[in-house]
Design a protein around this ligand. Structure first.
Ligand code: ARG
Length: 592
């Protein structure tokens, strides 16, 4: 149990014993003591005084005395300042904590509690390759899943591939028109890029046709509907739904190309899934649910045959769930998917990592599922995130000027090579080791920078800044890890068997206090679906270690027992950084 939880429980018990008042420990506020006061943790008394019928100061003194008497192992002294009870924790408590954990490779990680959580992320469309926004999505999803798992849940990582619909028909039509039978192989291209290019070609041709029609006197609105290439794509979708063999054939072929491309990117960025859903397999279930909704009177049919749900009473709009031609819309597919997910896995929480432009969609989805009385409804959570841009400006997809994920990853790896060579500390590395190191640093920089901010916030990704070895970056933390490992390597033979010092200096204590918070940080990040909490934590931990190490030598410690204590501190710090970074999807080098 974390020291904060222990203090809360001890305080609740003290209040019960002294004042005969029962308070749930979770309702007691315990925070780190402000640096200007003496103490490690502080109980905030204001919220309690009403129930205790005491002034905060009087209650503080009584509770402080009682706690000190009850647990001499934990508390060494206390003081009360303006309604805050500041508690000093004994050095021996921290030293025992260190002893119990310094060689524990799963420090911070909880055992399974048997409850299930599903995290859906990435969920690409099969008409174009992944871009910078997908990278933020993939990193957030993967990391949130890892963090929730570390906090004790069984996690199912999933992805819904939007493999059917008008978007892929557009790429297919353009391929038929312009490719002359070319394949990714014949073109020497990654399959997702190859298919994406035809999506761009579709749009170029579509624009041209619209202009021609406008020049010939058609209105813009009419031209958009009448352009032959657009009508061909619509027809193709109808043919696809009807199962026309040559359309299905082409669809399968082009999707296979795309999947091969995606697989390569996922492999490179370290994304993986336990279960992949395909929209082509879930959208029909959504259609059935529309019938059910009509029967239950949750949906209404208009005269033209289209089906709607009226959400005005909930402060939203009327929303279409089935078009008049009987085709389903995005939300219909998602209702079907929600049911599928729940039937297969019965997760108590189902998290969707999707950009904030779909906030409305996700609100509607949850609401419709609730109104349909689906058991999956209440567990639906939208992990919404803001757009990422480059310092050079926005990313736009129609014009084909998106920030491509593969290109960006390659660029990061080459910047990392450049920076590492500049630093000149890798002269004895083999070519193989260097390659791995550049990958680790380049991808680490990218992931850390995208994860260190609150997911909800829009952000600008700055490649140069992200790789700064002295900044709030992945490489800074990676470098600190390598540095600690190099200290530890010098002692690998001698072990840690000697008795350790029984008192702590200020900077030693700062470090052990920070280490002790790791589990609580993981829990908080898991509950809030926010990996930035872990990123900020590992960064601060690395800084605290560096301050400690600047002042205190390990090799030339004042005494043998100080040396042992510091070795344990260093080892647990390296381990904690490694685990924290792993939860963010980053590797940490042994040397760099
Ligand atoms: N493929 C969709 C898009 O690119 C995202 C799907 C998100 N997941 C979901 N269940 N709606 O916009």
């Amino acid at each position: 149990m974390s020291v904060v939880s222990i203090i809360k429980q001890a305080a609740a018990k003290a209040i019960s014993d002294v004042y005969k008042v029962e308070i749930d420990p979770v309702n007691i506020t315990v925070s780190a003591t402000k640096p200007e006061f003496e103490g490690d943790y502080t109980i905030v008394l204001f919220s309690l005084v009403k129930q205790l019928r005491k002034s905060p100061d009087a209650a503080g003194v009584e509770l402080g005395n009682y706690l000190l008497q009850q647990d001499t192992e934990l508390f060494s002294s206390f003081n009360v300042i303006k309604g805050f009870l500041n508690l000093v924790i004994t050095d021996s408590y921290w030293i025992n904590f260190l002893k119990a954990n310094y060689s524990n490779e799963s420090f911070g990680i909880k055992q399974s509690n048997g409850k299930r959580v599903m995290v859906e992320y990435s969920s690409p469309n099969t008409n174009k390759p992944l871009h910078l926004g997908h990278l933020r999505n993939n990193f957030l999803g993967w990391s949130t899943a890892a963090i929730i798992k570390a906090s004790g849940f069984d996690v199912i990582k999933t992805c819904i591939v939007n493999d059917r619909g008008i978007h892929i028909c557009k790429s297919m039509i353009a391929w038929q028109l312009f490719a002359n039978g070319a394949t990714p192989e014949s073109a020497g291209m990654k399959g997702d890029h190859f298919v994406g290019d035809y999506y761009v070609k579709f749009n170029d041709e579509y624009k041209k046709q619209i202009e021609e029609l406008i020049t010939a006197g058609t209105t813009k609105e009419e031209a958009e509907k009448q352009a032959p290439i657009f009508k061909a794509a619509q027809q193709m979708l109808v043919d696809w739904e009807a199962g026309k063999p040559e359309v299905i054939e082409l669809w399968k072929t082009m999707n296979t190309w795309v999947y091969a491309g995606f697989a390569e990117t996922y492999q490179k960025i370290g994304s993986d899934f336990d279960k992949v859903y395909y929209e082509s397999e879930t959208y029909l279930l959504g259609k059935d649910l529309v019938e059910e909704g009509l029967k239950k009177n949750v949906f209404q049919q208009d005269e033209d045959g289209s089906v709607w749900i009226d959400l005005t009473a909930d402060g939203l709009d009327r929303k279409i769930v089935r078009r008049k031609d009987g085709t389903s819309v995005y939300i219909t597919q998602d209702i079907g998917l929600a049911v599928n997910k729940y039937e297969e896995y019965k997760c108590e929480q189902s998290i969707y990592v999707i950009g904030d432009e779909q906030n409305y969609h996700m609100k509607v989805l949850k609401l419709i599922c609730q109104k349909l009385g689906l058991p999956s409804a209440d567990g639906i959570h939208h992990l919404s995130y803001g757009m990422v841009e480059l310092p050079t400006g926005k990313m736009k997809s129609r014009e084909g000027t998106v920030v491509d994920a593969d290109e960006l990853v390659d660029e990061m790896i080459s910047i990392s090579q450049h920076k590492t060579e500049e630093l000149g500390k890798v002269k004895d590395f083999t070519a193989e080791e260097l390659k791995e190191l550049y990958n680790t640093i380049g991808l680490g920089a990218l992931k850390f920078f995208l994860l260190r901010v609150d997911p909800k916030r829009r952000m600008i990704f700055n490649p140069e800044e992200s790789i700064d070895f002295h900044g709030f970056t992945g490489p800074f933390v990676q470098y600190t890890h390598a540095r600690i490992k190099s200290i530890l390597r010098k002692f690998s033979g001698s072990g840690f068997q000697f008795p350790v010092s029984d008192s702590l200096l200020k900077l030693e204590k700062d470090l052990v206090l920070a280490l002790e918070q790791f589990t609580a940080v993981i829990d908080e990040a898991a509950t809030e679906h926010d990996p930035s909490k872990v990123a900020i934590y590992v960064f601060n931990l690395a800084k605290i270690f560096n301050s400690f190490y600047t002042e205190h030598s390990v090799a030339n410690a004042e005494s043998e027992d100080k040396k042992m204590l510091r070795l344990q501190l260093a080892q647990l710090t390296a381990q904690t950084i490694k685990t924290g970074m792993r939860l963010l999807g980053l590797q940490v080098p042994e040397r760099m």
